[in-house]
Write a protein that binds this ligand. Structure first.
Ligand SMILES: [Zn+2]
Length: 498
């Protein structure tokens, strides 16, 4: 005998592993709480009809309306039940026509013997009739916490209690509420009973060992079609309201021209400062590193603004991340320059990476009998780059993650950009690395057919709506960076940095 609290907890995947067995139950219960009573009465009448034939059933059998509980009935019990239903004129209530259309679609569906009278009468089963009947039932019963699923579970608990297969402990507080559930319990009481029932179901309901759940879901892919959600409805509405509210709204072309002109101004400001400021030829590292960082950022922006399809987090995150990282590094270099200038270290870190690449190329060349000329040229090119600032013999290869020995998050903390790191840099990094959440959000949409258990289907690549906000945020960041650059470098005009 089972009792509450003694069974180990096991996660039950209701929709996937149990619901297919509850098709009869869920269909009978679908449509209002009165159905709980009528379904219980149906089960009691059926139990009476089969009683004399089920005295020697296996110990784990309980007649709870699951398809497997019907399937386990021996032949005499099946005949007795069908005969009783026929005699009382209740067959069509007990076995709805839709259930016949449905069970006929699957190979070896448990309980399929129930529909034999329909077939004998010459019912022509069709997949579309099956879908019409099954879809609303499955849609309503998929959520394991939902009303229909909970009432389905309640019916199993009821049958287990009636069969004396389960004993509730003395201190089960909701016991006194059970006889009144669900017709005469108030909302609070109903919620209490239902959460207890669900917990009990998880703990004690017999597990269906058959392949039926697998067969059911896998067959549904072949039987029923995917339904694409109307992803463009909202977009259409937005376009319409934008068109009617403001006929003078700028076109994409106007906007692009404006954007190009602003980006060009940004470049001009940067370029003017970079070419008129004394570079400190005695020790040019500071000027060159700061100028290089900002120049790379503005070059990115100039190219990025030309390509509207990139103006989304999905496709624009690499540039957003690069801009943020540049800003963090730029500010961190300035933040540390009094205590410990890092400009030479920044250069050496990058040069060390190139030196390592050059060493690998040389190794590869040594392993070839006749290395191609292009490879030798590439080696020479790398050698020139590596030796540009410091002779390579004196250069070390730093395999750490950062030139400063401090990771990007801690650099962002040091310069007061931690919230940018958390809210912009980290999600942009997730995009760049192609983490699952990002893939899920962008590549897929959800099939709207509940008979497919709301699986993911590939979305149209054009489904993402582009807007100005992303590209404007890029422009804002780049503008801020250039302004900081001008302010820093301009100091040097009258007072050259030591
Ligand atoms: Zn689908």
């Amino acid at each position: 005998m089972l009792s509450m609290g003694s069974a180990p907890f096991e996660f039950v995947n209701w929709a996937r592993d149990r619901l297919p067995d509850y098709l009869w139950v869920a269909a009978q219960l679908h449509g209002g709480k009165e159905r709980v009573l009528t379904t219980a009465v149906q089960l009691d009448l059926a139990s009476a009809a089969i009683a004399e034939h089920v005295t020697e059933m296996p110990s784990d059998w309980v007649f709870d309306g699951t398809l497997s509980s019907f399937e386990q009935l021996p032949e005499p019990a099946r005949s007795a039940l069908l005969a009783r239903l026929d005699a009382t004129g209740t067959y069509e209530d007990f076995v709805p026509e839709g259930l016949a259309h449905t069970l006929a679609q699957y190979k070896d569906a448990p309980g399929a013997w129930l529909i034999a009278p329909w077939i004998d009468r010459g019912l022509e089963v069709t997949t579309s009739a099956a879908e019409d009947w099954l879809r609303p039932v499955i849609a309503a019963a998929l959520g394991g916490q939902g009303t229909l699923a909970t009432r389905s579970k309640a019916l199993t608990i009821r049958q287990l209690l009636k069969a004396g297969r389960v004993h509730l402990g003395e201190n089960i507080g909701f016991l006194e509420l059970l006889p009144r559930y669900p017709l005469d319990t108030n909302d609070d009481e109903t919620a209490r009973v239902e959460s207890n029932l669900r917990a009990m179901f998880n703990a004690i309901a017999p597990t269906a060992a058959s392949d039926w759940p697998r067969t059911f879901w896998r067959s549904n892919w072949r039987l029923f079609e995917c339904e694409w959600p109307n992803a463009h409805d909202d977009d259409e509405a937005e376009k319409t309201s934008a068109a009617t509210s403001d006929d003078t709204a700028p076109t994409l072309r106007d906007y692009l021209l404006d954007l190009q002109s602003r980006a060009q101004q940004l470049w001009d400001t940067y370029f003017e400062t970079a070419t008129t400021t004394p570079p400190d030829l005695y020790d040019p590292d500071r000027f060159e590193v700061l100028t290089g960082l900002v120049g790379r950022a503005v070059r990115y922006v100039l190219s990025f603004i030309q390509t509207p399809p990139m103006w989304t987090m999905e496709h624009g995150s690499p540039i957003l991340r690069a801009l943020l990282e540049t800003e963090i590094v730029f500010r961190y270099l300035l933040h540390t320059e009094v205590e410990e200038p890092l400009y030479a270290k920044f250069k050496n870190f990058g040069a060390g990476k190139i030196k390592l690449l050059k060493l690998h190329i040389e190794e590869h060349i040594d392993s070839l009998e006749s290395p191609p000329e292009e490879l030798l040229q590439y080696r020479d090119y790398l050698e020139a780059v590596v030796n540009r600032d410091i002779y390579e013999e004196f250069q070390s290869v730093n395999l750490g993650g950062s030139f400063s020995g401090v990771d990007t998050r801690r650099m962002s903390q040091a310069v007061g950009m931690e919230s940018d790191y958390r809210f912009v840099f980290a999600p942009a990094s997730s995009n760049v690395h192609g983490e699952w959440g990002v893939i899920d959000e962008n590549v897929f949409t959800t099939c709207a057919n509940p008979l497919h258990r709301y699986h993911r289907i590939v979305a149209e690549p054009s489904s993402t709506l582009i807007g100005a906000s992303f590209v404007e945020s890029i422009m804002d960041r780049a503008t801020d960076l250039v302004q900081r650059y001008v302010a820093e470098i301009a100091e040097d005009v009258d007072d050259p940095h030591p």
